[in-house]
Design a protein around this ligand. Structure first.
Ligand code: HEM
Length: 425
């Protein structure tokens, strides 16, 4: 088999579309034509969908209306749900699992969660101006951003679940759907927490231009500009890019990719598009292997994917993930959880976990209790005393001490006793 594949650029056939839509986001130099073409693409996708008033605006719509000179229509926000209910979140998680089994929509749900969170700007203190995981992507004004082309379909899939579980915020639902999709596709367990508060109106949506562009002039510095603004680092950029192990790119949405390939022409789900990997519904490290090898012209490599093996700092992680799936899974799970929390306002402030294990960030269990021979739980005073004793020998009760620690102490005591007896004699 010929080993040849170059970085994918839009095909000639798609160039006219790509001229407007190849960029996930408009750059400062984007032309008016690009804007209008991209808008018409997004609008086309909205028009071909059921009326948005039905998709996003269940029965008891509030009366929040807006209009903007730049946007030619108005919308209404959905009923307010200020705090998510843990039991309802668990119910929603079950329904998302069923949805995934029947529609194979894992990739687009991951993209939805990422695009809601990825608008975060760490240099802005105020919520929701700082952007991030706050459910703002449900509003038409944000859905119409060029980067979000096609995501209306993800919302359509989730809206019945939102209607059924009214005490789940959109912000939580988007992140729950994304993490569940990763896990159900065979990926790592994501240490998620919940309790995200929703923005209430479209005027709280971030401005267009905060998400990355797939084909910028200098991909490495562009990725750093965008992801550093979110407070993420090189390792997290590379790990998160590994989400492209799932899904496809479609010329009629982003402008990137082939209309169909041998891997996508039969679906599952809606056929077509170009995937990064052969098994694009399985979450594993094949994205890194395939980009490195460039072994098949039917597999996509965006400029921002290719640079992961070109930039020296990115390359260190990409090479590691290509050979070590466990390392990728570990770093991905941490980075995904961090991404899902960006900019979010939690109620309660520390968030809550849906699982028995504590949400990430909570303190470890006091494991020193394991060394107690008694059956009763140690009192706080006793815990403090044990902690002080551990610390006196440079240890910590939060982690079990190795057994040779005690052996060392015994040896020191024995030597001291021996020396003392010599001195006494
Ligand atoms: C590093 C910068 C990134 C760029 C430039 C980028 C660009 C793109 C583009 C152009 C598409 C194709 C969209 C379409 O035509 O439908 C896409 C799809 C996708 N992206 Fe990214 N992306 C980036 C980062 C991420 C991150 C961080 C995640 C998740 C953590 C992610 C998850 C996905 C998924 C799952 C799809 C497939 C969607 C589907 O099949 O419907 N991407 N991305």
């Amino acid at each position: 088999m010929t080993v040849r594949l170059t970085v994918n650029t839009p095909t000639m056939a798609s160039l006219s579309t790509a001229a407007a839509a190849t960029r996930l986001l408009p750059s400062a130099t984007a032309t008016a034509t690009r804007f209008s073409h991209r808008s018409s693409l997004a609008l086309k996708s909205l028009r071909s969908s059921p009326p948005l008033s039905r998709v996003f605006l269940p029965q008891k719509s509030s009366s929040h209306r807006f209009s903007s000179g730049r946007i030619g229509y108005s919308t209404v926000s959905s009923p307010k749900c200020s705090v998510s209910n843990p039991e309802q979140l668990k119910g929603a998680r079950q329904d998302i699992k069923e949805l995934l089994k029947t529609t194979f929509c894992h990739p687009i749900l991951v993209r939805l969660g990422w695009h809601d969170a990825g608008t975060y700007n760490k240099d802005i203190q105020e919520w929701p101006q700082r952007g991030g995981a706050n459910g703002s992507l449900r509003f038409e004004i944000e859905l119409k951003h060029g980067a979000n082309a096609g995501l209306v379909n993800a919302l359509k899939l989730l809206q019945p679940i939102k209607d059924k579980y009214s005490s789940v915020t959109y912000a939580d639902l988007f992140q729950l759907a994304s993490a569940t999709a990763i896990e159900e596709a065979g990926g790592p367990k994501i240490p998620m927490k919940y309790g995200r508060v929703d923005v209430t109106g479209p005027e709280q949506c971030p401005e267009e231009g905060r998400l990355p562009d797939a084909g910028p002039p200098s991909p490495a510095s562009h990725l750093r500009d965008v992801f550093y603004r979110m407070g993420l680092n090189d390792k997290e950029i590379v790990a998160l890019s590994g989400a492209h192990t799932l899904g496809r790119s479609r010329p009629d949405r982003s402008g990137w990719g082939k209309p169909e390939t041998k891997y996508t022409k039969d679906g599952p789900g809606a056929p077509g598009g170009q995937s990064w990997t052969v098994k694009w519904l399985k979450f594993d490290n094949s994205y890194f292997k395939d980009i490195k090898e460039r072994r098949d012209e039917d597999l996509l490599v965006l400029p921002t994917d290719a640079v992961l093996f070109e930039d020296p700092s990115f390359k260190e992680y990409a090479e590691k993930y290509a050979v070590d799936q466990d390392a990728f899974f570990k770093d991905y799970a941490e980075a995904h959880a961090k991404l899902s929390n960006l900019g979010a306002k939690f109620d309660p402030p520390e968030g809550f976990s849906l699982d028995d294990s504590p949400a990430s960030g909570q303190p470890e269990k006091f494991v020193a209790a394991k060394y107690s021979t008694g059956k009763r739980e140690l009192s706080d005073a006793m815990k403090q005393k044990i902690r002080a004793e551990y610390q006196a020998v440079g240890g910590s009760p939060d982690k079990p001490l190795g057994s040779n620690y005690f052996l060392n102490i015994m040896i020191v005591i024995a030597i001291l006793a021996y020396v003392t007896s010599l001195v006494m004699n």
